[in-house]
Design a protein around this ligand. Sequence first.
Ligand SMILES: Cc1cc2nc3c(=O)[nH]c(=O)nc-3n(C[C@H](O)[C@H](O)[C@H](O)COP(=O)(O)OP(=O)(O)OC[C@H]3O[C@@H](n4cnc5c(N)ncnc54)[C@H](O)[C@@H]3O)c2cc1C
Length: 454
Amino acid sequence: MSSPGTVHVAGAGLAGLAAAVALAEAGRRVVLYESTDHAGGRCRSYLDSELGCRIDNGNHLLLSGNRSAMEYLRLIGARDTFEGPAEAVFPFVDLASGERWTLRPNRGVVPWWLLDARRRVAGTRAREYLAARRLRDAAADATVADCLEPASTLYRRLWQPVAVAALNTRAEAGSARLYWQVLRETLGRGGAACLPLVPREGLSESLVDPALAMLRARGADTRFAARLRRIGFAGSRVIELDFDNSIVDVAAEDHVVLAVPAPVAARLVPELAVPDDHAPIVNAHYRVAAPPGTPLFIGVVGGTAEWVFRKREIVSVTVSAADALVDHPVEELAVTLWRDVAAACGLPERPVPPCRILKERRATFRATPVQLKKRPMPRTRWNNLLLAGDYVDTGLPATIEGAIRSGLAAAEAIARLTADHGMRGHAVSDGAERSDDTRTGADDPRRGKARLAR
Ligand SMILES: Cc1cc2nc3c(=O)[nH]c(=O)nc-3n(C[C@H](O)[C@H](O)[C@H](O)COP(=O)(O)OP(=O)(O)OC[C@H]3O[C@@H](n4cnc5c(N)ncnc54)[C@H](O)[C@@H]3O)c2cc1C
């Protein structure tokens, strides 16, 4: 890249990390600021004192077709920290009937697996799957349920659980078009794009720590406990970043990637519209060993639990779009969810093992047609400010893949801006740009703060 400028990345979730590693890889000078004392945001691991082991804040599943996540893992050298079956296999159990089946799409794009009853969802016929094409042509305000057949077994056993997992929104409210995009990038590309991948150790060990190590190796500056409080704008540019104890000047050739959650971005950027309705996710982590032969994960229908994950010393369960659960007491949830986990894994119903319940009330924005209209584009009216985060309009739901794609896109946009404009940024006089900067006098929030040299 021709510009010697620094890129300031605020927020060290996956979007910020992805932007930072892509920029560092391209040779840019990067400073990464994070308000907490750790990176990873909504996707990380930590030591749980009660369970006495490390757990992930939530269960996250990647698919081999998540091309942005795969590119990120390549950049940070962490692809081999994931494990998963060599084939696209998705074991399910229906707790209402006791039936078990394994969805097994074939590797190629021609979906001949639909013709084989042993590869389909139990109790479904091949032609029913073709109805999914209605999602492709759906109106912008159509929901998944508007396009599919809510009374069908296929809906209850496949379309609904996948919609809830991918959109964190029930099929009756989730955007049909967004769901189509998810299916197009995964099932639509054949089983080779649907190989399930889970972190062997934990989310941080796979997605966060290797990124920080890569950034350190490239000389990037990572600053924790650095909460961005205010952005100083002048004309068409960001000119300064105001943190708790310091103000950072943003030079003419610098760029800023704002990779904070949507509500924080809306507070920092004037007139920024963002999705403002969020859905909860509940996770239960049980300190217990799963019986030998238990698959890495099991889809559960007909119960309260949705996806059960087997980990080394933990069995975890996730319930997305968990509006009906999130206000229940944790003791009650531990028992209710364990009943389903025990049935799914063939474990005794009593006693309930030691358990940690994690409720994320605002896990992601709801992927409804109304909320999608509020997603901003990454470029802003300030020509050195880019947005990244799972809420930005990536055409994907709020997922690891969406967050990483937004970060990579912000890095790419900066590369393009730099190439397009060459050194034009330098030509703008700083004095002229600052002329409509009105923060002076007693209200000047810069008073008493250290001004940091980069
Ligand atoms: C429980 C749970 C389960 C999930 N399960 C899945 C799954 O199975 N599959 C999947 O793909 N996705 C899943 N997701 C979604 C996925 O985790 C998120 O979409 C993704 O992690 C969002 O990344 P982000 O970088 O956009 O935002 P965040 O992770 O929120 O990162 C933003 C960062 O900015 C920091 N920050 C905030 N304010 C400031 C400030 N003022 N200054 C500086 N820094 C600031 C925050 O501390 C945070 O580190 C799940 C999410 C949750 C919560």
